[in-house]
Design a protein around this ligand. Structure first.
Ligand code: ATP
Ligand code: MG
Length: 588
């Protein structure tokens, strides 16, 4: 059997034979070479993400199919076909060409989830420029810091965002030469120092060659979430597209007939790898919702857009849980067949909730900005173990390791032992550096292993369980306590909507566990409730691990990608400097 036949057989088996033994066999016959062959990449290693994601479909059977459906409140939805996307992205690539922007130069994109964002990202890639999408909610300083770090030459944004966040800071961004504006949002035109994107697009030709980029050429610059400190700029290359394709198939089970909704914003790596690239590679129609979270609206999108595969995050699921069980009763989701989640540990309570309310369990998966794509997942091919991240995907070697004093690492073979989660280097979407921080990048590797900074354990069935970030683990009276375990136990109590746990220095035991919780609708803070929660945790976890203190808060501080910022809870608790808050969601 040739390589692509093996892959096809593998994929077919994955759908038909959902059990662990087959999955193990499939893992064995998978190779990145075969995946490259499936995408028909040339032998010289030339590949372009936009060429694969847009042009391959636009010149094939699916060209008339909707690639993106943009929906927003109170406006008709707008469909863009693969063919249409090809034309728009070619125009954008020509805009860059006409401005004299060269291969490898940096284009930053700052906007809400409007069609122009998607066109700019894919058009930049097509042109061979490097693209970095930013959260539109960033303030002026985080924008300027990132543009300067990445030496941005072009910024694509809207008139409103420009006036509010960029105009006054413009001179602090010396490399920024061209600002292309989507006008109409703020009603302003003719803003000095900017160009009107629509005019440039209209004047540009709609035919262009895809840049013949190499697999190792830089394609995307993505900043980490800033959960544990100052965000780092992770460099990704065009060759990453092979991971996007394979994970879209194995972890998200994408097929051309699917309607896919990835709720992540492209300012976060999930919103690019899975909000843009992977669904296009599989010829899938993606729903893009422009609005911010709203429980009622989200259920209505799942129903009205007939979403079949949904990729979201624990924070969103917890917010739906918090909004109560009444709202979803008004909706039906018969088409929905697969739900996955990423970004933070998915509490077992959330997996159960999915089954009850949406009729499907939620498949947790794990990855990082640095890994560029999903690495470990509960896939459709085997049973979920609620609370686990799943198993390494085909092509991924994951292990639990211990760092040695001499800088090497020892692989821990025994099951159920905690250690650092490590990945064997060599998967196509591995980051190729932290921008301007070679030292930090080097420190992430030991021999063949990339060290993730997350602590985990592997069970005897090969499932990986998240324990906590190395920075967040609490040391109390000789015990190492992962915040996730404590938070999940608290969330089992009917009053708790979300929980964040920190270690508080203690002269006797080193650190004591302190929990912060927010409550579900209908519950109120009281001494009695707090006592009850502490008692509940003690019963579930034992006195050594359970929190000694608990505080009820309206909401927990979160990053824009929805992660609980435990370092901020801790800094505030201890009266220490709050550190880098560039990614903090307002209201936290
Ligand atoms: P920073 O590196 O700036 O502190 P960050 O690590 O939160 O931010 P991301 O790359 O967006 O930035 O997030 C990756 C991290 O998110 C992982 O290292 C892990 O700690 C956490 N994570 C992602 N998915 C899961 C999951 N399924 N279960 C548990 N943790 C997860
Ligand atoms: Mg990180």
């Amino acid at each position: 059997m040739d390589a692509s036949a093996i892959i096809r057989k593998t994929a077919a088996d994955l759908r038909l034979a959902p059990n662990l033994a087959d999955y193990a066999a499939e893992r064995q016959c998978f190779s990145w070479e075969a995946a490259r062959a499936e995408l028909a990449l040339d032998r010289e290693g030339r590949v372009n993400i936009a060429g694969q994601a847009v042009e391959r479909q636009a010149s094939g059977d699916l060209r008339k199919k909707t690639a993106f459906r943009f929906v927003s409140r109170g406006a008709a939805s707008r469909d863009v076909s693969f063919e249409g996307l090809s034309r728009l992205t070619s125009r954008f690539a020509n805009v860059l060409k006409n401005l004299g922007v060269g291969r490898g130069e940096r284009v930053f994109v700052l906007s809400g989830r409007i069609p122009e964002l998607y066109v700019a990202v894919l058009g930049s890639l097509k042109h061979g420029a490097v693209v970095s999408p930013l959260f539109s909610a960033f303030g002026p300083e985080p924008i300027a810091t990132r543009v300067n770090l990445g030496e941005g030459r072009v910024l694509v944004t809207t008139d409103l965002l420009y006036e509010r966040k960029v105009a006054k800071w413009r001179e602090k961004m010396p490399t920024l030469e061209h600002v292309l504006l989507v006008t109409g949002e703020g009603g302003c035109t003719d803003i000095p120092g900017t160009l009107d994107l629509a005019t440039l697009m209209a004047d540009a030709g709609e035919v262009c060659e895809v840049a013949p980029t190499g697999a190792e050429d830089m394609a995307l610059l993505h900043f980490t979430s800033g959960t544990t400190g100052t965000p780092k700029g992770a460099i990704h290359v065009h060759g990453a597209v092979v991971t996007h394709w394979a994970t879209g198939r194995y972890a998200l089970d994408l097929h051309p007939e699917d309607i896919f909704w990835c709720t992540a914003d492209p300012g976060w790596v999930t919103g690019t790898s899975y909000g843009i690239v992977a669904p296009l590679l599989h010829g899938v129609t993606s729903i893009v919702d422009r609005e911010e979270f709203d429980a009622e609206r989200w259920y209505s999108i799942l129903q009205d857009q007939a979403v079949t595969v949904w990729y979201t995050a624990p924070t969103a699921i917890r917010m739906l849980m918090k909004a109560g069980a009444e709202i979803p009763r008004k909706y039906r989701f018969p088409q929905l067949r697969f739900i996955a989640s990423v970004g933070e540990p998915l509490n077992p309570e959330a997996v159960r909730w999915g089954k009850e309310v949406l009729g499907l369990p939620i498949h947790d998966n794990w990855w990082q900005t640095e890994t560029g794509g999903i690495m470990i997942a509960n896939t459709p091919a085997f049973d979920i173990k609620p609370g686990s991240m799943g198993r390494p995907l085909p092509g991924i070697d994951a292990a639990i390791v211990k760092r040695q004093e001499d800088g090497s690492v020892a692989v821990i073979d025994a099951p159920d032992v905690e250690g650092e989660l490590a990945l064997k280097r060599g998967w196509p979407s591995m980051f190729r550096g932290y921008l301007n921080n070679e030292e930090r990048y080097r420190k992430c590797f030991s021999g063949d292993w990339y060290l993730t900074g997350d602590l985990a354990k592997r069970d005897a069935d090969g499932y990986f369980w998240f324990v906590g970030r190395a920075d967040d683990v609490i040391k109390s009276a000789g015990h190492l306590i992962g915040p996730f375990e404590v938070e999940s136990a608290l969330m089992e109590h009917p009053a708790v909507a979300e929980a964040g746990v920190i270690g508080k220095p203690d002269p006797v035991v080193g650190e004591v566990v302190k929990a912060f919780v927010s409550l579900k609708a209908g519950f109120e803070d009281s001494e009695a409730l707090r006592m009850e929660l502490l008692g509940h945790a003690r019963k579930r976890l034992g006195a050594a691990v359970a929190p000694k203190e608990i505080a009820v808060v309206a909401s927990l501080p979160r990053t824009r990608s929805g992660k609980i910022m435990r370092r901020l809870l801790k800094a505030r608790e201890l009266g220490l400097p709050e550190g880098d808050l560039s990614t903090l969601e307002s209201g936290g």
